[in-house]
Write a protein that binds this ligand. Structure first.
Ligand code: NYM
Ligand code: MG
Length: 212
């Protein structure tokens, strides 16, 4: 009928320490969903292509120095500049698989010692994830995987603090996946929880907002 509302896409976020396997699992998930006829896009934060993203990238590669609060707000601004496009995509039926989001934003800054409530404040009003899949790996195992790219934050001692602050963020939308399993097993588990989430959103689960 003509007033039939198109079902919405799901906002699915993969989180975890550096080298937890998020990026490769994100692309695998998008292919999987597309293979099931589900419209899906891969997004990532930071989005280094925007002007704000270029400032973030310069900071991460140590080409610039910024006060901890300043870089925190830039990461948040980088999400705000994508917020309306994000909502448009979701309401028009596209599922977004997002490689890091506000949860990384809070976890990394809180790991530096910034107050967690202060860290959360600029995220208020952004869309909340329908599902946060946390790829769980110990900081030690992640560092053994090698290929820390030499960016800021990619140090074992700091990643230990990040792991601790991620623990304070777990809520009902979180599913913890053991990232030390063989890659195909991680992939299979993610497929199941993601498909379930997409179905719930198609059935009319409303969009929600941070921090809910
Ligand atoms: N990071 C990422 C933050 O510190 N705050 C944020 O809001 C986001 C989205 O940037 N070590 C950190 C986590 C990573 C680094 O991300 C770059 P990636 O996914 O390695 O490109
Ligand atoms: Mg990284």
């Amino acid at each position: 009928e003509d007033n039939k509302k198109e079902s919405r896409g799901a906002l699915i976020v993969l989180e975890g320490l550096d080298r937890s396997g998020k990026s490769s699992q994100c692309s695998r998930l998008v292919s999987y969903l597309e293979g099931h006829g589900i419209s899906a896009e891969l997004w990532r934060f930071p989005d280094r292509t925007t002007d704000v993203g270029k400032m973030i990238s310069a900071y991460l590669t140590n080409a610039s120095q910024l006060d901890d609060h300043t870089i925190h707000l830039l990461f948040s601004a980088n999400r705000w500049e994508k917020r309306s496009l994000m909502e448009t995509k979701l309401t028009s039926g596209t599922t977004l698989i997002v490689d890091r989001y506000s949860y990384s934003g809070v976890a990394f800054s809180a790991a530096k010692g910034l107050d967690i409530e202060w860290c959360k404040a600029p995220e208020i009003g952004l869309l909340a994830a329908d599902l946060v899949a946390y790829l769980d790996i110990s900081p030690e195992k992640a560092s053994e995987r090698g290929g820390y790219g030499g960016e800021r934050y990619e140090k074992l001692d700091f990643q230990k603090k990040v792991a601790e602050s991620f623990k304070d963020l777990h809520d009902t939308a979180w599913k913890v996946v053991d990232a030390c399993q063989p890659i195909e097993d991680v992939e299979k588990q993610l497929q199941d929880i993601v498909l379930h989430c997409v179905t719930e959103c198609q059935k009319g689960k409303p969009l929600s907002f941070l921090w809910s």
